[in-house]
Design a protein around this ligand. Structure first.
Ligand SMILES: CC(C)(COP(=O)(O)OP(=O)(O)OC[C@H]1O[C@@H](n2cnc3c(N)ncnc32)[C@H](O)[C@@H]1OP(=O)(O)O)[C@@H](O)C(=O)NCCC(=O)NCCS
Length: 189
């Protein structure tokens, strides 16, 4: 048997003030599945699901890095190394533009962590990948998520069906807006 060149997937690591955004590890599955099984966390995300679906989802999230060169990071808390959620960029052919998305472990809410993680994701999308525009798709009733989008400088555009999601609020930001906007730049490597 002749072995050809291996295919490698590169996932950059971002280090921000309080977080590490990094590639997924098997050890993330249990704490991420706990988030996905939490009704309060999932109330605006189409309901809870279990470990097997989390495993499939994480494979999908890793796969986006391979397919498109961007994707969703596992978010780690620098203070104690624990899994704090997921954040990053996501796009399927059904999406009008790449999406920035976030989900944070419930005991860590309202400390600015989603905003901190998403700031790094926007920076990566606009500078490294070169997107002209990035959107966010919070359910209109998801007030914390809408607030995160607004804090990042995204503005409301319309209520629309995006892929399978009906009645999503579409928030968007163009690169020029982002460059002059309020977002603090993340530390990165
Ligand atoms: C949405 C989510 C990621 C936000 O994470 P977070 O780390 O708490 O976000 P931040 O702390 O950066 O910002 C949250 C903002 O929402 C505000 N907020 C919280 N609850 C609110 C409410 N009920 N109504 C209005 N604003 C609210 C906070 O005060 C904060 O704004 P501020 O900084 O101006 O005070 C988190 O709530 C979560 O994981 N939810 C479940 C998963 C989810 O819905 N993900 C988003 C899918 S689109």
């Amino acid at each position: 048997m002749n072995l050809g060149e291996p295919t490698t997937i590169t996932v950059p690591t971002f280090i921000t003030d309080r977080l590490i955004l990094r590639g997924w590890r098997e050890a993330d599955l249990v704490p991420y599945a706990a988030m996905n099984a939490d009704p309060e966390t999932m109330v605006h995300l189409h309901g809870t699901f279990g470990f097997a679906s989390t495993e499939r989802l994480v494979s999908n999230l890793i796969g986006m890095w391979a397919l498109r060169g961007f994707g969703m990071w596992a978010v780690e808390l620098r203070a104690d190394g624990s899994f704090a959620g997921r954040a990053g960029l996501y796009q399927t052919t059904e999406w009008p533009d790449p999406e920035v998305a976030w989900s944070i472990r419930r005991d860590l809410w309202n400390q600015g962590l989603a905003t901190e993680a998403a700031t790094a994701a926007l920076e990566y999308g606009f500078t490294t990948i070169g997107f002209d525009r990035i959107i966010s798709l919070p359910a209109p009733a998801n007030a914390p998520s809408v607030r995160v989008a607004e804090k990042l400088g995204l503005t409301f555009e319309e209520i629309a069906t995006v892929g399978p999601w009906q009645d999503s609020a579409v928030y968007g930001i163009a690169r020029a807006q982002w460059q002059t906007g309020p977002g603090v730049r993340s530390g990165s490597r």
